[in-house]
Ligand binder design. Structure first.
Ligand SMILES: Nc1ncnc2c1ncn2[C@@H]1O[C@H](COP(=O)(O)OP(=O)(O)OP(=O)(O)O)[C@@H](O)[C@H]1O
Ligand SMILES: [Mg+2]
Length: 442
């Protein structure tokens, strides 16, 4: 500050001193004139600097001003201040740009609305989820674009705590959850989240609970019915009681099987990895063929074909339960006199495969993609009457998935079906020695 003042003062004093030196008396006419001229020149210089300064201030992007003395100090200080401000502004602009870019690419739809609910800005997900286009729709009323009475009521209500669930106007299969968030200057942000997957899982959960309850209700009703009848008898009749025991046992077994299957599925889902071991697939196929004979009790012709001695890397118990289901299905859904072929070998696609081919009733093509859904049966009555829970192929799918294998179903109604479990090469230990191409079922 001191520096700022002493230089002009020094200049005026210096001028007075020079006038005095020249003319001996500063108060005399010529001395005074020289002093005034000096001051006038100094004033002109300062005014020029001031004009340049004012021009520069109106456009500081021009090259900085040069100046000395008071102006030099002032300009240096001002320029430093401006540069600092510019740096801060650039940083704020860069941060803002980064935020905008991040919001633009958010997976949730974001639409900024003004106080009249006109669209001010929208991101890429909003284009996709709400079918909006920035070129066409910015400045338009959101209500005109998303014509829906529930949406209109919700938007006009301005209640920021209410979440609106709506089908996407762009594609009705997409389910959206919309929320409003207040912003400064009376603007608001409309957030649209894709909840299709959550809605699907929720619907599955509801169906699952309804199915389990339905499956349990029938056997429980039968058992409770008998128990109530016995309770109402004045004298318990042991003969009657004995007569109904087999049916009660059958229904209890049904409940037990259902619970076992459900627990099995829950375990498969909760444990992501299999406990791997080397599985002797040939022995497994032989064992399953034997069980098929037992189940069939001579009603079917059962053939076992072992094409190679390859073994598997996997969980023997899980693989057994999955493949046993394919075998038991073949026996249950093939009428008496039918033929069942159990085969361990390489498929026409070159994959090591366990397959069960039957000459049974077959399955219409429309049912095939749904067979592995829990409780899905082609013929409800038929499956129940043969003791099926409808969970078998769901378990098969999970077990095979855990072994990176896939289930292939080929079926012709009236002719029969082939269910194949196809294993990836990483899970197969190739045969060590050649094996006979065909072996009788034992
Ligand atoms: N080999 C087959 N031939 C004809 N239909 C079949 C065959 N295998 C399965 N299905 C059909 O697929 C449905 C689902 O089979 P899944 O094994 O999942 O259940 P389930 O056999 O009814 O009962 P569970 O296996 O739980 O005892 C069956 O109800 C049946 O309609
Ligand atoms: Mg089954």
């Amino acid at each position: 500050m001191l520096e700022f003042w002493w230089r002009p003062l020094l200049f005026v004093l210096g001028l007075a001193f020079v006038s005095f030196l020249f003319y001996g008396d500063i108060s005399g006419g010529r001395g005074w004139m020289l002093f005034s001229l000096g001051l006038f020149a100094y004033l002109i210089y300062q005014l020029r600097q001031l004009r340049k300064f004012s021009e520069w201030v109106s456009n500081p992007s021009r090259p900085p001003l040069q100046g000395d003395g008071v102006w030099g100090d002032a300009l240096y200080g001002l320029e430093k201040l401006l540069r600092g401000r510019q740096g801060a502004q650039q940083k704020v602009a860069a941060d803002l740009q980064q935020m905008l870019e991040a919001t633009r690419n958010l997976p949730d739809g974001v639409v900024i609305l003004d106080d009249d609910n006109r669209i001010v800005w929208l991101n890429l997900a909003a284009e996709r989820l709400l079918g909006l286009s920035p070129n066409r729709d910015i400045g338009q009323f959101a209500l005109y674009l998303l014509r829906n009475s529930r949406f209109a009521e919700w938007l006009n209500h301005d209640d920021y705590s209410v979440v609106l669930n709506l089908d996407s106007p762009a594609s009705p299969e997409t389910k959206l959850a919309m929320q409003l968030i207040p912003l400064p200057r009376l603007q608001k942000m409309l957030l649209a989240r894709d909840i299709t997957e959550i809605a699907r899982v929720e619907a599955m959960r509801r169906d699952f609970v309804a199915n389990v309850s339905h499956e349990l209700r029938t056997p429980i009703t039968v058992i409770v019915g008998f128990l109530e009848a016995f309770e109402d008898m004045p004298e318990p009749d042991p003969v009657q009681f004995r007569k109904h025991i087999p049916l009660m046992r059958e229904q209890s077994d049904r409940i037990r099987r259902l619970v076992d299957d459900l627990l099995n599925l829950a375990r498969l889902e909760s444990e992501p990895d299999t406990k791997d071991e080397t599985v002797d697939a040939v022995s497994l196929a032989r064992r399953l063929a034997g069980e098929a004979e037992t189940m069939s009790q001579g009603r079917h012709q059962i053939e076992l074909r072992i094409d190679n001695q390859a073994r598997l890397i996997g969980n023997g118990q899980e693989l057994y339960s999955a493949l046993a289901n394919l075998v038991s299905n073949a026996v249950r859904y093939t009428p008496t006199g039918g033929h069942i072929l159990i085969r361990w070998g390489v498929s026409e696609l070159g994959e090591q495969t366990f397959s069960v081919k039957d000459s049974g009733e077959g399955i219409e093509a429309r049912h095939i993609p749904r067979l592995t859904e829990r409780f899905y049966r082609v013929d409800q009555g038929r499956s129940r009457s043969t003791g099926g829970t409808g969970l078998g192929l769901a378990i098969v799918k999970h077990v095979l998935q855990r072994h990176q294998a896939r289930l292939r179903v080929v079926s012709i109604p009236g002719k029969g079906s082939t269910f194949s479990a196809c294993f990836p090469v990483e899970r197969v230990i190739p045969e060590l020695a050649a094996a006979p191409r065909s072996a009788p079922a034992t």
